[in-house]
Design a protein around this ligand. Structure first.
Ligand code: AMP
Length: 139
């Protein structure tokens, strides 16, 4: 599939749609997932226009991974999670729904169930509160 620049994350990157942004650098933008699979669920979106892991240029991938590490540390601290997972889905068969590469940072608590795709939008006040905590944790 050719990269479609009208996808929702490309539109957020261009500033055409709002997002609960927590971090930005020259290579990536990080914002909260609006249908979080766990409290603090954050997405790191490389600015390079690529669908998945096999399309992104190596330099852009390296930059995005460093950003993911940095943001994950802040997310973990902000929501006081003992653990977290990183997920990155490639292709509809894997469950990818937005065809612009992104890394999910999903905080995890022992015994707390989570669904791979949540379907409920989190309340705006809750997202704003978590956004502020992550931004503060990033210093
Ligand atoms: P994936 O299934 O890996 O392609 O992940 C796409 C993710 O984007 C899902 O977890 C959605 O909840 C999330 N999502 C969709 N639209 C938005 C949006 N406008 N802002 C933030 N997250 C979104």
């Amino acid at each position: 599939m050719a990269y479609d620049k009208t996808n929702i994350f490309a539109r957020i990157l261009r500033g055409e749609l709002p997002a609960f942004k927590v971090y930005e650098d020259e290579a990536s933008l990080a914002f909260l997932d609006i249908m979080p699979q766990a409290k603090g669920h954050t997405l790191v979106v490389p600015k390079a226009g690529a669908e998945g892991l096999l399309d992104i240029p190596p330099d852009a991938l390296a930059g995005a991974m460093l950003t993911t590490q940095k943001v994950a540390a802040a997310v973990k601290r902000a929501v006081e999670a003992p653990g977290f997972m990183i997920a990155q889905l490639n292709g509809p068969a894997a469950g990818q729904t937005v065809f612009h590469i992104h890394f999910h940072i999903i905080p995890r608590w022992e015994g707390a169930d989570f669904k791979l795709h949540a379907r409920e939008k989190a309340p705006e006040a809750e997202l704003k509160d978590i956004q502020a905590k992550i931004v503060a944790a990033l210093g």
